[in-house]
Design a binder for this molecule. Sequence first.
Ligand code: ADP
Ligand code: G6P
Length: 498
Amino acid sequence: MSRLVVVSNRVSIPTGDAKAGGLAVALNDLMERQGGLWFGWSGHTSTGSATTTPALVQHGAVDYATVDLTPEELELYYNNFSNGTLWPLMHSLPEQMNFDRRSLQGYRAVNMRLADVLVPLLRSTDTIWVHDYHLLAMAASLRARNVTCPIGFFLHTPFPSPDMLSSVPEASQFIRDLLSADLLGFQTANDAENFAASAQRIAGAARLAGGGLQLGNRQIRVGAFPVEIDPHDFAEMAEQAHGNAETARLRRSLDGQSLILGVDRMDPTKGLRHRLAGYRRLLETRNQWSRQTTFLQIAAASRQDVDAYQTLRDDLEGSAGAINATLGEADWTPIRLISRGVGRDAIAGFMREARIGLVTPLRDGMNLVAKEYVAAQDPDDPGVLVLSKFAGAARQLGAAILVNPVDPDEIADALDLALRMSRPERQDRWKACWEAIKDASALGWGRSFVSALSRAGTEVPRPARPARTIPEPSIERRTGTGNDIRMVSTQPPSRTVN
Ligand code: ADP
Ligand code: G6P
């Protein structure tokens, strides 16, 4: 059997610090069960020259291989280009986007250096699965180093429209880089379609019946693979945690009030400013909910070296303080804001306690919190999910109350509706949401991707639309045929780039 090699910026070693974030959560479950090699950044920086050998740790069936970044790499690749440029671009939030050419070059250099470190660890029979926006150039970098194993790529974020994509200089090169993979996976059909449209426009790829692309004599499969959670495990954890001391303390402190709960990384895409404004609007317009509700927002500080994230933290602390100062009472604090991560058990117990799960990202690839909230509910007396219609999860959880996350009035109306909702209606909506997630799992998600990857390139579908070729200068020139495509770098060799 082929060994699975997962390549991602964030590597979640079970013995290390737990990190909030959908990628780590989804891949943890998969890797623990499936086994293989997980390669990426260690999460640390080291001064001096960039290391060329990874640190190796084995845990269960998984070998973890990680590399430190230099402080300069961290700044250019992770803070500036991945999180300052690509993250807002992928979420179609151009007003939050920064760009500078040096960071782009630093980003490409880190992709190439990681490929240099990975190649000696690879076996010819491996199946390689690259993840997320940090590593858009990885598949091309591996092909440039004569790696011929099947390569899949999965994007955890949304993928923007071709016009939005073109707002970043040289973004078109990433489309060509991604086309070095054999399978490209996205969270929703809409994201896959946006990618295929860009590939057609930028690289002249032909659309194939069944959703694939043809580029020269290669076929690349493109599809939607919505990330899943392990709903039964999460439900069990929530039921147990609901009885533990931590949730009991929270319950006591509520003294009969309805709990509204938000759980996120503190990230500008999560709609937290608008969410607080929505709760404020509820209290201003429906006085009856004063003293009857408490909004607990757990927002784990994230990417704190990126300016937009620091500003967000200051803004939220200011807004929460202002809500409490102007709308609170001597014996009632409307909002509790915690800017740290909280253990998964506690999160699960709090979710089961909450009458409302408030999940309102401006845009989100999937949003696992929405699925976790559904899984955590007591089927007999479930809470209500209020969900942004711009989260990938809304495609599956249409029975939630769907809202436009930028409209505080719509959020306030949804909260009011959820607080008043009868038990039979809550049960009906919950059942429909549970049906949508109950048969899936993180393992099933991973296996369906890997199985599609193993079939990639074996079928020869007909072109659905004629190709339109728009030649553009390319950094890497292709030679060879089929799976044996080799890429010849016209840049300086990667080992001298750092
Ligand atoms: P993202 O990947 O953008 O962070 P997701 O909702 O897809 O968003 O995944 C977030 C994951 O991290 C979920 O499993 C969630 O439970 C966990 N998480 C998010 N925020 C926190 C937090 N404040 N404390 C602990 N875990 C968190
Ligand atoms: C999202 C991204 C992941 C990332 C996670 C946490 O889920 O898609 O790639 O790992 O956020 O962000 P961080 O920057 O802490 O890795």
